[in-house]
Design a protein around this ligand. Structure first.
Ligand code: FE2
Ligand code: FE2
Length: 260
């Protein structure tokens, strides 16, 4: 089976790129499942129910998030109602929504999706992502061998460590959050596809999707400046997985990146 995972979708330009790209590649015929990270999809920070529905209508089957998940107050209730939209699993107990879901892919197979967040240079109050992932992967594998992990994290070391930790226990560990696609995609010896960062779907002439003048002003003056989604040309960043549905092992991982 074939699965497409799209990296952090940034603002309206990113959403338009997703819609255009999925239509052009006829994703409903070429992939059994499409997942996207939507944490930057609403105005560059966070996700709203409307924006989530826009991406789901465009052909995305599951939306993951990350550190910006609570940026839009209205998403909290929505997370309780729509199990296609995830927040990171390892938030402390009591956080609304779920960090894991089971969906039926187009080929009829159940697929488990886990959304995790790292702690290095991020939120130290999060529960341990390693223990959370291992426990949840074990539970999911009683239902299906195909389990995908979006590990939303800053440090390349933490992401690589998670890849090795889950190798042979899940189908893929796909990094998000840093918005720059890394060239280290591979299938680890245990059959787990891995990439440190899938990259960003959004404006190219930017600093990780945002208006570069504003970011430069911030870096050069240390004065606060609100982020604004950049304009100009837009690119999609994603990975395509080929998966053995019987064992859940990844057969291949291929990077996709380019203008829409
Ligand atoms: Fe992001
Ligand atoms: Fe993030």
């Amino acid at each position: 089976m074939r699965i497409l995972f799209i990296g952090d979708v940034v603002g309206r330009p990113g959403r338009q790129a997703v819609r255009e790209y999925l239509r052009r590649i006829k994703s409903d015929q070429s992939y059994d499942l499409v997942i996207a990270n939507g944490e930057n999809a609403a105005g560059g920070i966070g996700l709203t129910p409307q924006v989530a529905n826009e991406l789901l209508d465009a052909g995305v089957n599951v939306l993951t998030t990350g550190n910006h998940v609570w940026a839009r107050r209205e998403l909290s209730d929505h997370l309780q109602q729509d199990d296609r939209v995830l927040r990171p699993l390892n938030f402390p107990e009591g956080a609304p929504g779920a960090g894991v879901t089971l969906v039926t892919a187009r080929n009829g197979r159940l697929v488990g999706v886990i959304n995790l967040m790292g702690r290095v240079f991020m939120e130290p109050i999060l529960d341990c992502p390693f223990r959370a992932a291992a426990a949840e992967a074990g539970r999911l594998r009683e239902r299906t061998p195909v389990v995908l992990v979006d590990f939303h994290a800053e440090a390349t070391s933490e992401k690589q460590a998670m890849g090795w930790w889950l190798d042979g226990r899940v189908t893929a560990v796909l990094g998000t959050h840093t918005h720059v696609q890394t060239a280290d995609e591979r299938v680890l010896p245990g059959g787990t596809a891995y990439i440190t960062d899938v990259g960003m779907t959004g404006p190219v002439d930017s600093v990780i999707g945002f208006d570069r003048e504003r970011i430069l002003r911030r870096f050069t003056t240390q004065l606060p400046a609100a982020f604004q989604v950049a304009g100009g040309p837009v690119a999609v960043a994603a990975v395509e997985l080929e998966v053995d549905p019987e064992t859940g092992a990844a057969l291949s991982i291929r990077r996709l990146a380019g203008p829409v």
